[in-house]
Design a protein around this ligand. Sequence first.
Ligand code: ADP
Length: 483
Amino acid sequence: MNVRSIRFRMTAWYAGLLAGALLIFGASVYLGLERYLYWNLERGLSTQCSTIGAELLPQISHQSHEWLEREINETYAPEVNSNFVRVTGKEEGIVYVSGAPKDGAFDPSRVPSPGDKDIGRSRKVQLGREYQLLIETKRFTMPGGSQFLVESGAPSEQIRTVLHGLLLTFAIYVPFIVSLAVTGGYWLMRRSLRPVDEITKQAEGITSRNLSERLPEIRTGDEIERLSTALNRMIERLDQAFQHVNRFSADASHELRTPLTILQLELEGIVQNQSLSPGLAEQMGSVLEETQRMSRIVENLLTVSRLDAGEVRMEKKRLDLGQLVASTADQMKLLAEEKSIALISDLASDVWVEGDRAYLQQVIVNLMDNAIKYTHEGGQVGVCVRRNASTAVLEVSDNGVGIPSDALPHVFERFYRTDKARSRDSGGAGLGLAIVKAICTAHGARVSVSSKEGNGSCFAIEVPLLDVLDANLAKSTLRAPRL
Ligand code: ADP
């Protein structure tokens, strides 16, 4: 899981905020309920004190203490309810004290007498480690002047049980709600960011060679739709700019072609002129050579520009790649023999592809020409055609000078040469591989190179194979000859 992804961060923030909000909510509910329950209990105890003090105590002057005891026990049943009631006269001392509760939770005789500051308010009295009594104390003065303190107490146990139950509920439900929200939030984020993934995937596949492609149109009406539309407009502008550049190169090389041909013809005529002095003839010969080189460059530039601009109409036909390579390699034999280079072929038969014969031949020629050019005398050049799962593979390898690793990603660029001086001597202008790439793209083929400086290079081309059934049909008419 990528912790820096928007999906993860948003979900984490969402979960954090929700957990925080639930915690604050839980704490306020807990504190509010605690306050309310204590206030309610205190109110009950205060009422009890008032009833005893205002209704029973005024009658104590003409009633016995037993009467008071009976009245309180009958009305409030403190022993049954685990309550505590104590009535203390200023002169008489303790007039009434409730008995020990039935569950034996506390001993009433151990409840300390209230201090002056406890009168008129409630106090908490801890009895033992677990038991706590909340006691309300009130002072009453009888018409005769005698004073009584009435204490009424109840355990705060129930309140603590309720609060404990509430805490337990929070402890169970908060993590559950948070994890539910995390799962839901993650799923929602995934759903809403899926179009971004699609856009990214598609955008990664768009290069200067397939600028006519567009990103998927996201019709969600939100920011993502605006993003995809803006990116598509940007790609369109880039496409137009690239087309403009390609058109410019194609137009420029097209315009240069005719004057160069005329220049070449004129120069050829001059060179053939017998009356020229040997020095001038040599000079004119070298000018003619340079003009021919320039013509080749212009021709190649025109080819690659037209291919890139999609202006070339390919005459695609079913053809046997092995056979095409065999016949082309045959033509290159002489060139290899001049440098005593051994040409080794390994060509599978019946490798049917659909392509333009002339252009595919140019690919093979360019690759083999390079292989021979950049291999020392007595070296080896290999051509191999084989079948892969769904592609026909053409490999041209050599044990020549190889390509430095930093140059490898650039060799298919226009006018790129690894060693400018060396390439110029061998007549190259850095357009051969650009043409190879452009032709391959037009055939839906993939071209790749692997090389190690000093250890030779291997160029591989993968062309989609024609349907096997079609290939079988064609089998009966054509066979690929071997070199
Ligand atoms: P050029 O016409 O200069 O050969 P290319 O486009 O055909 O131009 O090749 C580009 C560069 O790639 C060349 O300058 C050369 O340095 C390098 N290159 C191409 N093929 C090979 C090869 N088989 N071995 C070594 N270097 C190669």
